[in-house]
Design a protein around this ligand. Sequence first.
Ligand SMILES: NC(=O)C1=CN([C@@H]2O[C@H](COP(=O)(O)OP(=O)(O)OC[C@H]3O[C@@H](n4cnc5c(N)ncnc54)[C@H](OP(=O)(O)O)[C@@H]3O)[C@@H](O)[C@H]2O)C=CC1
Ligand SMILES: CC(C)CCC[C@@H](C)[C@H]1CC[C@H]2C3=C(CC[C@]12C)[C@@]1(C)CCC(=O)[C@@H](C)[C@@H]1CC3
Length: 331
Amino acid sequence: MRKVVLVTGANSGIGLALCERLLAHDGQIQLCLACRNMQRAEAARLALLASHPESQVALLQLDVGSVRSVFQAAKEVKLRYNRLDYIYLNAGIMPNPQLDIKAFFKGLFSSNVINMFATAEGILTQKDNINSDGMQEVFATNLFGHYLLVRELEPLLCQPDSISQVIWTSSSNARRSAFSLEDIQHQQGTEPYSSSKYASDLVSVALNRRHNHQGLYSSVICPGLVMTNMTYGILPSFFWSLIMPIMWLIRIFTNTFTLTPYNGAEALFWLSLQKPESLDPLAKYHSLTSGLGKNYTQPHKVSEETQYLISSSLTQPQQKRNYIKLTPGLQ
Ligand SMILES: NC(=O)C1=CN([C@@H]2O[C@H](COP(=O)(O)OP(=O)(O)OC[C@H]3O[C@@H](n4cnc5c(N)ncnc54)[C@H](OP(=O)(O)O)[C@@H]3O)[C@@H](O)[C@H]2O)C=CC1
Ligand SMILES: CC(C)CCC[C@@H](C)[C@H]1CC[C@H]2C3=C(CC[C@]12C)[C@@]1(C)CCC(=O)[C@@H](C)[C@@H]1CC3
C-alpha cells in the first residue's frame, strides 16, 4: 500500500530536503506538500518531480498561522485521503530575530561556549506580531495551527489496525525558562520561538499519552543549526558567507552544526524508518553531523524539570485549562 505523507513548510529548507530524501528512499509514497504560498509550493513540486519523475507529489494550501486555513486544509485532506501514515509538522517562523552581540562575545570566552553554539541560549530574542486571528504569530504558526491540524486529522491518524507518526520539527533552542503555563502564547516575553518549541515538546508527550493506544505516535526532533531562509534572517547572507569557514571549523567541536538542509533533515528521515513503538516519547531526536561530514541521529532525554512539568501539569485538570487560552473570537 502506498504510504501517505504530509509535510508542512515543504517548499524550502529542511522541509523540502526531507521530501527529497523521502522520495529518494521510496518513490511509491503519496507525498503532500502543505504550503501557504502556492507559487512556491508549485516550484518545489517541479523540483521534486525533476529528480523523481515517476513520483506522486500533491499540493495542499495551508497557512498554519490561520485557524480558518487549518480547518479548510484538514477538510480537504479528509476528502482526498482515507489514511495518513506520516505528518511532519515542520513549518516554522522566527520573526525579527535580534542577536545580543555583547552576550555572544561574553559566551565565546566562557565554559558555556559549546552549549551557546548548540542552543543559542541567552543570545537570541525575537519581536513577535499579532496575527489576523488575534493570536501571537509565533505561537499560532509554530504550535497552535499544527496542534489544530492534528486534532482535525485524528480520524485519519487513528485508523484501526494501522500505525501513524506525527513528527515535529522542534529545536534545541526550546527552553523551560522561556515557557510559562500562565502565558502560553508568550505575550510577555522576548523569546517566543524558544517558548513555542518548548510547548511543542510538551504537546508531543501529551499526544502520546492520549493516542498511543490508537496507534498514533508523536516525536520531536532538532535539525541542528541549518543554513535556511530562517537563519539568513538572523544575520545578512554576506556575513554568513564570510564566516562559513569558521562554521565548518566549529563543527569539529559541536556536531550540532549540520549546516545543510539535507543534513538537518537526518532525524526527520531517520524517524520514518523506525518502529514508532520503539521510540522514547521523552526524547528529542537530534540530527548531528560529525567533523568529517557523517550524519547520524541521537536521542536526548528531556530534562528532569520538564519530566516533572509533564507529569504534574498534564494530569491536573485546573492547569489543563490554562493550556489553550483562546482569543475571544475563537472561543
Ligand atoms: N534552520 C535552523 O537552523 C533550524 C530550524 N528549525 C526549524 O525547522 C523548521 C523549518 O525551518 P527552516 O527550513 O530552517 O526554514 P525555512 O524558512 O526555509 O522554512 C520554513 C518553512 O515554513 C513555512 N511556513 C512559515 N510560516 C508558515 C505558515 N504560516 N503556514 C505554512 N507554512 C509556513 C515556510 O513557507 P514560506 O516559504 O511561505 O515562508 C517554509 O516553507 C522550522 O520549524 C524551524 O523552526 C529548528 C532548528 C534549527
Ligand atoms: C558561528 C559564528 C562565528 C557566529 C554565529 C553566531 C549566531 C548567529 C549563531 C550561534 C548559535 C546559532 C544558533 C541558531 C541561530 C544562529 C546562532 C544564534 C539557532 C537559534 C537557529 C534556530 C534554532 O532552532 C536553533 C537550533 C539554533 C541554535 C544555534
